[in-house]
Design a protein around this ligand. Structure first.
Ligand code: HEC
Length: 148
């Protein structure tokens, strides 16, 4: 092997090494940066319809936003997006139980079950769950062990 060819050969090996380590590290970095969603919508269960979520948005604005914030960011009450708190640690089924029994604080249990259900659809939407064709119902909510 000539000196030149030997150098070219070792350069090629160095490039291969970089490519192969970036293959794994690069993919992980992309997931961490959110470029490749770790929960791609397609792989998540669709629990509610878009119509329910938009009805829920209106009900949320009227009955919940004063304490939890217009953008669910939390004002006098905890945030309902972005993880943390009960919303992230409890199952959706348990969270629904809590909401229907305790919320809106000051007037708990005052909404219809259709309204509570649509508000939950809105919370699912805002936490990145996809909409689908099958409506959310209280019976279906009881089967959801996933958290928001
Ligand atoms: C008058 C203020 C007020 C209103 C209105 C209100 N909440 Fe709350 N909410 C609170 C407070 C305060 C807490 C925290 C205390 C607690 O956990 O009991 C809370 C807690 C929660 C939690 C648990 C959050 C966590 O991560 O710990 C959820 C979910 C929730 N509320 C949903 C709702 C929904 C849905 C509505 C509308 C139907 C609503 N709230 C209306 C004051 C309010």
């Amino acid at each position: 092997m000539t000196e030149e060819r030997r150098r070219a050969f070792s350069n090629a090996r160095a490039v291969l090494k970089i490519v192969s380590s970036f293959g794994v590290v690069g993919a992980l970095a992309l997931v961490a940066l959110g470029a490749v969603p770790s929960h791609a919508s397609a792989s998540r269960t669709a629990y509610y319809t878009a119509t329910q979520a938009s009805a829920g948005a209106k009900a949320y604005a009227a009955d919940c936003a004063s304490c939890h914030g217009v953008h669910l960011e939390g004002v006098s009450a905890p945030a309902l997006v972005g993880g943390g708190g009960m919303a992230a640690s409890e199952s959706v089924a348990d969270l629904y139980g809590f909401i229907t029994e305790q919320m809106p604080a000051g007037n708990p249990g005052s909404l219809s079950s259709a309204t509570y259900t649509s508000i939950l659809a809105f919370l699912l939407e805002k936490n990145g769950h996809p909409a689908g064709a099958v409506p959310l119902t209280p019976a279906r909510i009881k089967t959801i062990s996933e958290s928001l």
